[in-house]
Design a protein around this ligand. Structure first.
Ligand SMILES: Nc1ncnc2c1ncn2[C@@H]1O[C@H](COP(=O)(O)OP(=O)(O)OP(=O)(O)O)[C@@H](O)[C@H]1O
Length: 256
């Protein structure tokens, strides 16, 4: 479903993504992890056709990222970390605009929007009464998630999707992605909330400094490393243990 070979992105001298290679079959939920600046968002932007790779190749549902970018965009949904929206539109105007961009017929789009607002426990008037600029962070996130799934894409990329969602919405969202995966969708889930990743993902990819460090089932990786939890394994791999020690030293400087 997703095939990535030696994908690389340079920004001037800096190598943000350094020759990563992996395959993801249909129906898998893959946690895409790494410390700040590891290259996660850059990878997701390349795989959704928003950013051209410097070198390497990738295909999504058999469509080549470089030569068939439009088909790639038809087959993916993306919830970016920023969650930026056109703030001067109402939620409904925004969703109808996204539906029109994907050429979804009006009645089908409205039916799908209604399914999502029911799922997220929003009232229809919320979508029509306020401009997106006046939405709360969580409400805006729900609209962005809806917009990414409106065209029913087989592959969905989520960058920190739980950011801003309350506990109920987060529980609902986790159930939603598990259901989507069971129906055959491929989900790539980038997040720093590792206990959620450990529970929800079938597999994790850990990158640091643009390179793939680890690829496997969370429970297998945790058991083989003896780390106990995915969070501990992550910090061991990416230098967080040292940060923890430095934080303790720093905190000690506040002692009276
Ligand atoms: N447009 C850009 N121009 C220059 N450098 C960039 C650009 N976008 C990203 N970078 C750099 O590439 C590296 C990887 O950034 P990226 O945003 O992919 O990391 P990330 O893993 O998503 O981090 P975070 O967890 O903090 O969101 C960083 O050093 C970043 O400064």
């Amino acid at each position: 479903m997703i095939s990535v070979q030696q994908l690389t992105k340079r920004f001037g001298e800096q190598v943000a993504v350094d020759g990563i290679t992996f395959e993801i079959p249909a129906g898998q939920i893959v946690g895409f992890l790494g410390p700040n600046g590891a290259g996660k968002s850059t990878t997701l932007k390349m795989l959704t056709g928003m950013l051209a790779p410097t070198s390497g190749t990738a295909t999504i549902c058999g469509h080549d990222l470089q030569s068939d970018t439009l088909e790639v965009k038809r087959h993916v949904g993306f919830v970016p970390e920023s969650g930026a929206v056109f703030e001067s539109l109402t939620g409904l105007e925004y969703l109808e605009m996204v539906a029109a961009l994907y050429a979804i017929p009006e009645a089908a789009a409205r039916a799908r929007i209604e399914q999502f607002i029911a799922f997220f426990d929003l009232s229809f008037s919320t979508l029509t009464d306020k401009l997106l600029g006046a939405y709360s962070k969580g409400m805006r996130r729900k609209v962005v998630i809806t917009s990414a799934l409106l065209h029913n894409p087989p592959v969905v990329f989520f960058d920190e999707p739980l950011d801003g969602l309350d506990a109920n919405a987060a529980v609902g969202f986790k159930a939603l992605i598990q259901t989507l995966a069971r129906e055959g969708k491929t989900i790539v889930y980038s997040s720093h909330i590792l206990d959620v990743v450990e529970r929800v993902c079938d597999r994790v990819l850990i990158i640091d400094k643009g390179r793939l460090l680890l690829d496997g089932k969370p429970e297998t990786l945790v058991a083989e490393s003896g780390a106990g939890t995915l969070e501990r394994l992550f910090t061991q791999l990416t230098g967080g243990t040292e940060l923890e020690r430095r934080a303790e030293d720093f905190a000690r400087t506040f002692r009276p």
